[in-house]
Design a protein. Structure first.
Lengths: 245, 203
């Protein structure tokens, strides 16, 4: 995240992501979309986020792509199918459908994954706030991101405590479902107890006050940002003109 | 009493949304720890929508999927499903369906239909009928037996969704009943769940 790409202004990266998404959706064929995957792999290599990129890709996107091919090519009934064995058959139309579908999924997912992996949430909320998004919205996003790991570790503590009191977390299905409420209940109740304090804390720091607030964390657009933003707008306009003509 | 967006999004509700999203995540982690065969990731959405209304519930659902989508982008596609669950559940709570058995049964059925149909639309049109989970085998079996893709996905969703909705709702409901009255009083939609008899607020 401290790389050259990580330091770009969030809006710049968002515009490039949006451009890729638009181009991927409206370009026919699948070659361009599949090229996006190695392209974003190189970008994440430059940004130093290759590990997260590949990890997320193989955990979610890759499985879906495999399943789409299996389902569309071999199982769904098409008119041009040639039987192989039992209900399994090969279909050219299914192959075409899955190529166009998976290439779009790959391209869009690669762009979105790279955007979030190279951009700090703090930067996103700052850029949103600077662009005039209501403070309530940015507060929601940043506080959610902060709260999840906190609650996660608190839940581990509660689970350990309940286990030491003799709650059964193994055994039949009903036993395990019954274990759910004593594990989750204390977590919810303690977090509700904290919300009251948090409301007071926010109010005492003038959260609801009207008027402009300053931020101690500041991001600046560099020359590169402006060049890239102008370039992506020109590319988008060029693309629209090319597609419509 | 006028119930606009501004009324719904009180500071209390605003602080509860991150709690709801975290409960979704933690609930899912716990169902993995306990090796439950159901997909429990909407406890927080249902819980928050019950006590703070449809709009806040919808935002909770959306935010949950956005946070997930930052790591696994496929979650963005299913944001509409979580949003609808929160929205419908919030209205059911506002109409006080959750305070009697008949309402709970019909409400759960309605929630199941809404989430199954919307999830099926996303699965078929965005991901070609697959979700990347084990339930795809069931879909494949239905397709292999000669059903259309749309029917197969919908049938799979209704079957798995029934169990999921019941478990999600049951846990959320049990937890709401454990929230102390003095906290429910402060929430715009907490009145139906207050245990002390004779409680009445202008509304």
């Amino acid at each position: 995240m401290d790389s050259r790409i990580g330091k770009l202004y969030p809006t710049t990266k968002f515009m490039i992501t949006l451009l890729v998404v638009i181009i991927s959706i409206f370009t026919p064929g699948y070659v361009l979309q599949y090229i996006m995957f190695p392209a974003f792999l190189i970008i994440s290599l430059m940004a130093g986020t290759t590990k997260q990129f590949l990890n997320a890709f193989f955990k979610s996107i890759f499985i879906i792509i495999l399943f789409i091919f299996a389902m569309q090519v071999f199982i769904i009934t098409n008119e041009d199918q040639t039987p192989i064995w039992g209900f399994i058959h090969f279909s050219q139309a299914g192959l075409a459908t899955s190529l166009s579908m998976t290439s779009k999924i790959t391209a869009i997912a690669s762009a979105i994954m790279t955007f979030f992996e190279t951009t700090k949430v703090k930067d996103i909320t700052y850029a949103l706030e600077y662009a005039g998004t209501p403070r309530k919205v940015t507060f929601l996003i940043s506080s959610t991101i902060q709260l999840i790991p906190q609650m996660s570790s608190l839940s581990k503590t509660i689970t350990d405590a309940q286990k030491s009191r003799g709650i059964e977390t193994e055994g039949g299905l009903m036993t395990r479902i019954k274990a759910f409420v004593p594990m989750l209940g204390p977590l919810v109740l303690s977090s509700i107890q904290q919300t009251e304090e948090r409301v007071l804390a926010l109010e005492s720091r003038a959260f609801s006050a009207k008027g402009k607030k300053t931020s101690i964390y500041v991001l600046h657009k560099t020359g590169l940002d402006i060049v890239l933003e102008v370039l992506s707008v020109i590319l988008l306009m060029g693309y629209v003109v090319w597609r419509v003509m | 009493m006028k119930r606009g967006l501004k009324y719904d999004f009180s500071l209390m509700a605003l602080v509860l949304i991150p709690v709801g999203v975290s409960i979704n995540v933690v609930g899912y982690q716990m169902s993995q720890i306990l090796k439950l065969p159901v997909f429990i990731d909407q406890i927080g959405t249902i819980l928050v929508s019950m006590i703070t209304g449809p709009w806040v519930g919808m935002v909770t659902g959306l935010l949950g999927n956005v946070v997930n989508g930052m790591i696994y982008p496929t979650a963005f596609g299913y944001a509409i499903v979580s949003m609808l669950v929160g929205f419908v559940s919030g209205f059911l709570s506002r109409w006080r369906w959750y305070s009697n058995v008949v309402g709970v049964v019909i409400g759960c059925a309605l929630l199941n239909v809404v989430s199954s149909v919307s999830a099926a639309v996303v699965t078929v049109f965005m991901f070609g009928g697959v979700t990347g989970a084990g339930t795809d085998l069931l879909t494949a079996a239905f397709v292999a037996s000669g059903q259309a893709l749309w029917d197969s996905v919908l049938t799979t969703n209704v079957i798995s969704g029934t169990v999921n909705t019941i478990v999600n709702f049951a846990i959320a409901w049990i937890i709401v009943r454990r929230i102390p009255d003095r906290f429910l009083v402060k929430l715009n939609y907490g009145l139906p769940y207050i245990k002390k008899k004779g409680a009445k607020i202008n509304g």
